[in-house]
Structures are given as structure tokens and as C-alpha cells.
Design a protein around this ligand. Structure first.
Ligand SMILES: [Ca+2]
Ligand SMILES: [Ca+2]
Length: 94
């Protein structure tokens, strides 16, 4: 949780409002923190889509509440990934 807050503020303070992520900041965060995981996030359309999905009140910025939703979604995605990974691993063992 602490790490999430630190990560958010590391990027949210760079441009405009200190407490929200603009599209530029969101893109920075996605490429810096999740570049390996979301390789296609460097694609402008992908950032637009993530921004659109996250910005639930449509003010053009991602606030901390909206950011938490992203982290939750990624946690679920990672969990699915690891479940699949373990299933693959199990198959190899047989
Ligand atoms: Ca900002
Ligand atoms: Ca918003």
C-alpha cells in the first residue's frame, strides 16, 4: 500500500495538479513501472485506452481513487497469470 502511494506521487507531481496523473504522467508511469509487463503501453492508443478506462469521472486526470482501480485490475491480471503459470508448471511435472 505504501509502495502504491509512493509510486503514484512519484509521477503525479511532475505535471499540473500534484495529486492527479495527467495523460503524460500516466504514460510515464506505465512505461517506467510496467514497461515489461505492458509492452504495448508505449503505443499512444493503448495509453488513451487505459486513460479512458481509468478516468471514471472523465475529468482528463487519474486521481488516486482511480489509480487504485488500476492496481486492483493489474493484481487480478497478475494473479491470473501466475495461476496459468503454475498450471503450465504442473503439466510439465507429469
Ligand atoms: Ca499531475
Ligand atoms: Ca478522473
Amino acid at each position: 500500500m505504501q509502495l502504491m502511494i509512493q509510486t503514484f506521487h512519484k509521477y503525479s507531481g511532475k505535471d499540473g495538479d500534484k495529486y492527479t496523473l495527467s495523460k503524460v504522467e500516466l504514460k510515464d508511469m506505465l512505461t517506467q513501472e510496467l514497461g515489461n509487463y505492458l509492452g504495448h503501453a508505449q503505443d499512444k492508443d493503448a495509453v488513451d485506452k487505459v486513460m479512458c478506462d481509468l478516468d471514471s469521472n472523465q475529468d482528463g486526470e487519474v486521481d488516486f481513487t482511480e489509480f487504485v482501480i488500476l492496481v486492483g485490475a493489474l493484481t487480478v491480471a497478475c494473479n491470473d497469470f501466475f495461476l496459468e503459470y503454475h498450471q503450465e508448471d504442473g503439466k510439465k511435472g507429469n
